[in-house]
Design a protein around this ligand. Sequence first.
Ligand SMILES: N[C@@H](CCC[C@H](N)C(=O)O)C(=O)O
Length: 276
Amino acid sequence: MKLKFSKMHGLGNDFVVLDGVRQQFSLTPEQLRYLGDRHFGVGCDQILVVEKPTRPGVDFRYRIFNADGGEVEQCGNGARCFVRFVHEQGLTGKPEILVETMKGVIAPRLEADGNVTVDMGIPRFLPEEIPFLNDDDSIIHHLDVADDTLEISVVSMGNPHAVNVVADVDGAPVGVQGPAIENHPRFPQRVNAGFMQVLDRHAIKLRVYERGAGETLACGTGACAAAVAGIRRGLLDSPVRVTTRGGDLSIAWGGAGCPVLMTGPAVTVFSGEIEL
Ligand SMILES: N[C@@H](CCC[C@H](N)C(=O)O)C(=O)O
């Protein structure tokens, strides 16, 4: 089977994007891992599939697979690329679309300057919503990782996040603590591990060790989760500029019960065809 794809990125978090509206396919985990492989395949952090919606009132269905082949609930940088892709491919002319994901509907909007703003939905904090094995829903939890006890906040942006505040993000042991947090037994569905350094009340630096992909240059849902965790911990005020290794995102959140708005770029790098 030959499949057409686009290679895209949001701040260096990169994607293979497949049009499942005009192409018929169903991919095995092995084929997904091949697409994501940087040496033997195309190479990416996530594979995004654009499909027809399964429910009335929405424009598309958006499926997300990590480079390890596992399907996941949400992807923020991918959502911005998604809206650019459906425009560039002529699948819609609407600047604002409603997109069905595994965990609810998100609303990305293509701005006049080419950036994309996405309503990422309402963040959730209850342990069972993450999921996180814990007795209470406090804002800070203690997590034993290797020889350390970390003070983390847990946030679901549809997908699970653990956010750890550090003094110096560039010196943070992301490569060691990241996989230990990702696979910690208190996160039964694994977790994305964020390391955030607060610069001032409206600015942070962030690195994320992503579930199923390793450390990426940026993580959109990770940026939302970090900004929300920082606001809940009284360290930050909305809006928050999140500086990742791949560039900056702007995150706005009005507090409990409000949706998180994420604004940033989305770029198409090249298009191609691959035999699977
Ligand atoms: N890069 C993403 C998140 C992708 C999914 C994540 N690795 C997970 O397993 O939940 C983003 O920009 O949000």
